[in-house]
Write a protein that binds this ligand. Structure first.
Ligand code: NI
Length: 258
């Protein structure tokens, strides 16, 4: 079974991210996953329930999404919950977080050919409940090659040690679900992580990251999985006002469906 090298484990703990350019499964499995992935987006799976929405736009009906995202994609494409890739990733997560660590399929972010928007600099924890502290990581797996041109991930080394920096809905537009950091001066020495299909990156809950727009004429598909240890109550108080101001069409659909 494919494992992380000792250098990769050390690099992750030191920098808050690591890039694993060796595919975690074979081409046939990646092709099957890609088919399931495309079907899900073509059918607009989860739109009614609020699980599918535009991360970077106002997401009103009839608009073309610039950065469509699906939460819990395995609900709509159960194939994604099976396969060799999950066994390999689970083993790697246990190397990083200990024998209790499991792995789950979290979401899918699609950058359409030619017009897929950038995913601005952010820390994932900024989206979550401020009353907890987290010790977890996201795994980002492209289902075709990911390059600087089509929107591979970039990381700010060492940013996993930061507190959560100020964020806002993208462009300050409260109709938009996606968040962006407002202190870009903090991002230094960003590292791009191009990958082949089926390669992965791991990044911590506070690691600042970014993905560029898709300037190519083919779609960029990324599957994001989660792993880590359980959450604990946050010691002290903090608030994430950027989530409280949001008024998204997605939340409205979720409310109407529930
Ligand atoms: Ni993120």
């Amino acid at each position: 079974m494919q494992r992380l090298t000792e250098e990769q484990v050390l690099f992750f703990h030191l920098n808050g991210f690591v890039s694993v350019p060796t595919p975690v499964t074979d081409d046939a499995e990646i092709a099957r996953m890609r088919d399931a992935y495309d079907r899900m987006f073509e059918q607009r799976a989860g739109r009614e329930s609020g699980d599918q929405f535009d991360l970077a736009g106002a997401d009103e009906d009839g608009e073309t999404a610039s950065l469509p995202q699906i939460l819990n994609p395995a609900k709509y494409a159960p194939e994604l919950n099976e396969g060799k890739y999950l066994d390999v990733l689970k083993g790697m997560c246990q190397q990083l977080f200990g024998p209790e660590a499991s792995v789950h399929v979290a979401h899918a972010i699609f950058k359409p050919a030619g017009h897929g928007a950038a995913t601005p600099w952010h820390q994932d924890e900024a989206y979550w409940d401020p009353n907890y502290q987290y010790q977890n990581a996201s795994i980002w797996m492209p289902l075709q090659e990911a390059s600087i041109e089509n929107g591979c991930l970039w990381f700010a080394p060492g940013s996993h040690e930061w507190e959560i920096t100020p964020h806002q809905p993208i462009g300050g537009d409260v109709r938009i679900h996606g968040l962006e950091m407002t202190r870009l001066d903090l991002v230094e020495n960003a590292v791009a992580c191009p990958l082949p299909a089926g390669g992965v990156t791991f990044h911590r809950n506070r690691t600042a990251h970014y993905a560029g727009p898709n300037k190519t004429n083919t779609p960029r598909r990324a599957l994001i999985l989660g792993t880590g240890r359980g959450n604990h109550p946050y010691p002290g108080t903090r608030s994430f006002p950027w989530n409280e101001v949001k008024q998204t069409a997605r939340d409205e659909r979720a409310r109407a469906a529930s």
